[in-house]
Ligand binder design. Structure first.
Ligand SMILES: *Cc1c(COP(=O)(O)O)cnc(C)c1O
Length: 459
């Protein structure tokens, strides 16, 4: 077989990207208070801010957009969507929502309240926020290797079974209305979960009669990792593996903005009829009628088509390889990254990249700013800007556990030469990393400060 893994598509529609000079980018940075969330996207050359809702749709998805049935109730597009979701998940009740967090909001409005706890490998931030908003507690039980940036464990998204048993016994099963697993583990670096671990986790939850749901945003990427890495799955199709993953759980929440290859959408699906009824009651108040749930008929068509395309193994081979390719080139150049590469992003370890910048001066933000200033690349800090705190009594700075810069790769958007360019920019910055300076915050909001904070360089 040929060594080069090529993009399994040709390009029919293109969108120009805008080149700017370093001088222009310095002004853009200054005007945005050195916060890339405040840029105009038109000023960005290569946008690696997120893989959420940024996929390129296929010609068939776009033709589905024209073909969408916009009937208020019982639209043809809903039934196509329902069939596509059921084909992969096997679940009986399928409820569309406008995105993943809307599915979470419905689920935890029903199941969460003060005194309840909900375990997961690692809760994604919207999941955590929805659980905490309901009054319940969100608990992370990922294996220890999942927290070590240099561990090469093949399934760093796995849950620690012993911790889970202990947690259930201490908390009491009656206080745990649901258990979850996020595939792949986004907040833990896009790391996969093994089928064996899913099975063990299912067994523990079911032993205590706790329903088990997947946060399935990247189910196809996770299934392909299982095919590549887990014994006994090499000859199974990704679709079969995905079906087996879903069969172990009682339901799922999903952001279609990830592995359904669309720009907007989501769903919640389950086998429990009573839970489905309660979910639809909330859906009608907050999202819409159960056959559209906050989406247009055309969106449902695009999701149905995307779910067929995402389990295509030529696509997944290219997808995981293109992320790994970026990771490999950086490792070869000595750039410290979180290992092994995850399914949707590469995370640069900024603590090691710029050891001369202390966490309170935000090494990740320093690198994010330089990526844009020097190369026009937008990335996101996942470190002390996002998770750092001050002690309520002493005011002392408490850093995040890791200082990371995430390069999230949008699906089917950039080619290998775009990625080669990104590699070149990072290596150039790495060579003169001592020249990077830290930043201080000049404005911050009381919650989720990273979205709107303003900074100044410390020179
Ligand atoms: C994106 C994401 C969500 C939330 O989905 P939205 O569509 O952004 O609301 C939930 N869980 C995980 C793991 C995600 O990656």
């Amino acid at each position: 077989m040929m060594k080069t893994i090529i993009e399994p598509f040709r390009i029919k529609t293109v969108e120009p990207i805008r080149f700017t000079t370093e001088e222009e980018r310095e002004n853009i940075l200054k005007e945005a208070g050195y916060n890339p969330f405040l840029f105009h996207a038109d000023d960005v050359l290569i946008d690696l801010l997120t893989d959420s809702g940024t996929a390129a749709m296929s010609a068939k998805q776009w033709s589905g957009i024209m073909d969408g049935d916009e009937s208020y109730a019982g639209a043809r597009s809903f039934y196509r969507f329902e069939n596509a979701v059921r084909d992969i998940t096997g679940y009986t009740f399928i409820i569309p929502t406008h995105q993943g967090r809307a599915a979470e909001k419905i689920l935890f409005t029903i199941l969460g309240k003060e005194g309840k706890s909900i375990p997961n490998n690692t809760h994604f931030d919207t999941t955590r926020a929805n659980i905490e908003y309901s009054g319940a507690e969100a608990v992370d039980l990922v294996i220890e290797e999942g927290k070590d940036p240099n561990s090469l464990h093949p399934f760093k998204g796995n849950m620690d079974i012993n911790k889970l048993e202990k947690f259930i016994q201490e908390t009491g099963a009656e206080n745990i209305p649901i258990g979850m697993m996020t595939v792949t583990n986004n907040a833990g670096g896009g790391q996969p979960v093994s089928m064996e671990n899913l099975r063990e986790v299912r067994d523990v939850f079911h032993k205590y009669n706790i329903p088990f749901f997947l946060d399935a945003c990247r189910f196809a990427e996770n299934a392909y990792f299982i095919k590549l890495r887990e014994k006994g799955y090499g000859d199974k199709s990704v679709k079969e593996i995905a079906q087996e993953m879903f069969s172990l759980a009682d339901g799922c929440t999903m952001s279609a903005k990830k592995d359904a290859l669309v720009n907007m959408g989501g769903f919640i699906a389950m086998n429990d009829e009573k839970l489905a009824q309660l979910s639809r009651n909330i859906l009608i108040v907050t999202e819409g009628f159960p056959t559209y749930g906050g989406l247009a008929g055309r969106d449902l068509e695009a999701i149905a088509q995307g779910l067929e395309e995402v389990v295509d193994e030529h696509y997944l081979r290219y997808r995981l390889r293109s992320v790994e390719y970026l990771g490999e080139k950086l490792i070869d150049a000595g750039v410290p990254i979180l290992q092994p590469p995850g399914g949707h992003a590469i995370y640069i370890n900024a603590k090691e990249f710029t050891p001369h910048i202390p966490p309170e001066h935000f090494p990740g933000q320093a690198l994010v700013c330089e990526l844009f200033r020097f190369g026009g690349i937008r990335a996101v800090e996942i470190g002390s800007v996002m998770f750092g705190k001050h002690d309520k009594k002493t005011g002392a700075f408490i850093p995040a556990s890791m200082e990371l810069v995430r390069l999230a790769i949008p699906r089917r958007v950039y080619t290998q030469s775009h990625i080669d360019y990104v590699v070149e920019v990072i290596i150039e910055i790495f060579k003169r990393r001592e020249a990077l300076c830290g930043y201080k915050i000049t404005y911050e909001a009381p919650m989720l400060r990273h979205f709107t904070a303003l900074f100044e360089p410390i020179t």
